[in-house]
Design a protein around this ligand. Structure first.
Ligand code: ADP
Ligand code: MG
Length: 245
């Protein structure tokens, strides 16, 4: 992925097994969020190829990527701050419902039964994670505390019933206790959905250490190490990338 003269990602090759977690680490500006943007169709890659679930998704538009089962959160929250917590989750579902949630929201007569089912599912998602999002479901999302905002982003991404979820620094703004709860949330999510795959961009090594099977380190747009957390952490190039900045 090039931006003018800047090569933001160069030859980054990887694969994620169904039902597994890949943790992506690397210094600030390494290209991690760009990777998510390329996968989810926000940016069209200059070169390269991506396949998901047997299909080529290279340069597919975002709505098409979501429809195929990839959902994401953003590094900086992209919630609808004036809408309620519950409505934010309901909006996350719209790719999976027949009439479309937006239709249901704005033309209530059109499919009341579907809307009721959506509300029920959204409430269940708010109850599933740590924190008390369910109790706060009628508040405007913009009034939530930082940790709750991160949790809501995840609930909203899950609302599209993804096969793969991309989490961009989900622990940012969380204290240690909230971070531990986030790890527990992800673990619980995985045991409830054994086929769900996760790619996690993370700065907090406590989180990475909780998902140590498959870690990839990016620096200056290139993959400099990949393997178990232990292997990657011991890699001299990884240590240099972190210490050198
Ligand atoms: P990370 O998430 O690893 O901190 P990013 O993927 O956000 O890093 O950024 C990688 C590099 O790509 C940075 O140098 C950043 O400035 C650049 N970049 C990201 N998006 C754009 C864009 N839309 N236009 C130009 N440069 C960009
Ligand atoms: Mg980033």
């Amino acid at each position: 992925m090039r931006f003018g003269g800047l090569v933001a990602l160069n030859d980054v090759t990887f694969s994620v097994k169904k039902g597994s977690v890949l943790a992506v680490i690397g210094p600030n500006g390494a290209g991690k969020s760009t990777l998510f943007n390329v996968v989810t169709g926000v940016y069209k890659p200059t070169a390269g190829r991506m396949t998901f679930d047997g299909a080529d998704i290279t340069s597919k538009p975002s709505y098409e990527v979501v429809r195929r089962g990839i959902a994401r959160t953003f590094q900086s929250s992209r919630l609808f701050s004036d809408l309620s917590v519950l409505d934010n989750v309901i909006i996350g579902m719209h790719t999976r419902t027949k009439t479309g949630v937006l239709d249901a929201l704005f033309r209530p007569g059109a499919s009341r039964r579907e809307m009721a089912a959506c509300v029920e599912k959204a409430e269940a998602l708010l109850q599933a994670g740590s924190g008390d999002l369910y109790e706060q479901r009628n508040r405007p999302a913009g009034t939530l505390a930082q940790a709750d905002r991160r949790r809501l982003e995840i609930a909203r991404a899950l609302a599209s019933q993804p096969k793969l979820i991309l989490l961009d620094e989900p622990s940012v703004g969380m204290d240690d206790k909230e971070t531990d709860a986030l790890v527990a949330d992800i673990k619980r999510l995985r045991s409830g959905h054994p086929e769900l795959s996760v790619i996690l961009i993370e700065h907090d090594m406590r989180v990475v250490g909780a998902f140590p099977e498959h870690v990839m380190c990016i620096d200056y747009g290139s993959r400099i190490a990949e393997g178990s957390f232990e292997t990657v952490r011991a890699n001299p190039r990884v240590q240099e990338a972190y210490l050198g900045k």
